[in-house]
Design a protein around this ligand. Structure first.
Ligand code: AMP
Ligand code: ZN
Length: 461
């Protein structure tokens, strides 16, 4: 039985799906106004770990992820320009071009990081009728009211508002922005639908004139469409807990009259050098940035997986270097097992198999699972170990069947090449003492030597 930490109850709970046929899961996806940074990608590696673990344990999954291409305003409250509209203005491209460009870049990052795509990818602008229908129903039920700039959700009608974050309404008010909209009945009331001024870049007809949906309604309307009025798991980043997910809960439960999500799961944030990632600090790296600096997506994935999803992960280049080295050691250790034709005792194998399953079943404890893998690789080389490691990789997604990367050959100075040529001669003559001495001399000049069948390659140490 797998246990999952449920943000709603603040406890690890036994996971009991609604249907034994398939698990239904909704994940808040990206707003496609910019390249996703490595912090964002941590959130999707977390989503992927949940999906892979459930599948490994035998569940089928129907997963939905939204692509937000309208309605996400600069603040998670309802102020400021639409993020998409701002990007369109600044980059002198249509909103649709912006959405297409960054959706593609996001999908490329998913592929690079070996993150499996959810079964349904739902674009917000493809679901305007569903959202409008949702808002109309909420207004009919008395949960929505009109102001001069939109339709707002009346949180006073939903007394359990705040139950996910555990923040009282007073705290919510204190946290709400100061420039409160006068017409709102309560500072934490939020927009279901915004009225558009004539030159607003994206707008649709509605019973209240031209406008566009609020960000929160997207997730409620799309999860209902694809997963029904009650589903198993909802994931997102911890930043979504106090506003976006409280608002989703308010909308969905107001409409349905019952709880709609059984398990709320949230991934912790990534920091950089112990602080926030932000454009102004120039530390919002992308996966492509890391690649340009010589780190593979798998180095980064390995780095992420070594911290449990509910812990803050501090990104530093030192830590990424350590992860890169460890990942290479992992592939090297695996290679020894791959080459072997020996067997391992069945009991030993099933002990590791069970330990791995126990680790991931305890609230997706991937770091512990990686620990089990490392212990297992210390066993004498055997093809069975290799096969079992590949089975674990269905959860880890670390492409453990990859070939060891070929060390890069470099242009070395003539002096080094001469020593290496002498060494090749020595090896041919089986003069291993001389060969070792020459290797040391080459190392002293800062170069490593990799022996090839009829030659050598040099690399910088
Ligand atoms: P956004 O595109 O801004 O809506 O964010 C996409 C996802 O990335 C959300 O699930 C956020 O919770 C998550 N996210 C944003 N910043 C970070 C971060 N520094 N670390 C981890 N996740 C983040
Ligand atoms: Zn969402």
């Amino acid at each position: 039985m797998i246990k999952l930490y449920n943000t709603l109850t603040r406890k690890k709970e036994d996971f009991i799906p609604i249907s034994d046929k398939q698990v239904t899961m909704y994940s808040c996806g990206p707003t496609v106004y910019n390249y996703a940074h490595i912090g964002n990608m941590r959130a999707y590696i977390f989503m992927d770990s949940v999906r892979r673990t459930l599948r490994y344990l035998g569940y089928k999954i129907k997963g939905v992820m939204n692509i937000t291409d309208v309605g996400h305003l600069l603040s998670d409250g309802d102020d400021g320009e639409d993020k998409m509209a701002k990007a369109s203005r600044e980059q002198q491209k249509s909103v649709y071009e912006i959405a297409e460009k960054y959706t593609k870049a996001f999908m490329d990052d998913l592929n690079k990081l070996n993150i499996g795509k959810p079964e349904i990818i739902a674009k917000a602008t493809d679901h305007i009728p569903e959202m409008l229908d949702y808002v109309v129903k909420l207004v009919e039920k008395g949960y929505g009211y009109e102001t001069s700039d939109g339709i707002y959700f009346d949180i006073s009608k939903f007394p359990s508002y705040g139950k996910l974050s555990g923040l009282s309404l007073d705290n919510q008010i204190a946290g709400a922005r100061v420039d409160v909209n006068d017409e709102k009945r309560h500072p934490a009331d939020f927009a279901l639908w915004k009225k558009a001024d004539p030159n607003h870049i994206m707008q649709w007809e509605s019973p209240w004139g031209m406008g566009y949906p609020g960000w929160h309604i997207e997730c409620s309307a799309m999860s209902k469409k694809y997963l029904g009025s009650r589903f198993d798991i909802h994931t997102g980043g911890v930043d979504h807990i106090p506003v976006h997910h409280e608002n989703e809960i308010a909308q969905s439960e107001a409409l349905e009259g019952h709880q709609t999500v059984n398990y709320w799961m949230h991934g912790e944030f990534m920091q950089v050098d112990g602080g926030k990632m932000s454009k102004s600090l120039g530390n919002t790296y992308t996966v492509s940035d890391l690649e340009r600096m010589g780190y593979s997506p798998m180095d980064f994935r390995y780095f992420c997986l070594n911290t449990h999803y509910r812990k803050t992960l501090n990104f530093t280049f030192n830590a990424l270097d350590a992860a890169k080295t460890a990942y290479l050691r992992l592939l090297t250790a695996l290679n020894e097992h791959r080459k072997s034709d020996k067997k391992t005792d069945g009991e030993v194998l099933s002990r590791y198999d069970d330990e791995f399953t126990a680790a991931i079943s305890d609230d997706i404890n991937i770091p512990l699972g990686i620990g089990v893998l490392w212990s297992m690789l210390k066993e004498p080389a055997s093809e069975d170990i290799y096969d079992l490691a590949l089975k674990f990789d269905r959860v880890l997604g670390l492409r453990l069947d990859s070939k060891l990367p070929e060390p890069e050959s470099v242009d070395a100075p003539a002096e080094v090449i001469e020593l290496a040529s002498k060494r090749l001669e020595a090896r041919k003559n089986k003069d291993f003492a001389l060969s070792d001495k020459l290797r040391d001399e080459i190392a002293a000049l800062g170069y490593g030597i990799i022996d090839k069948k009829d030659g050598f390659e040099l690399k910088k140490l």
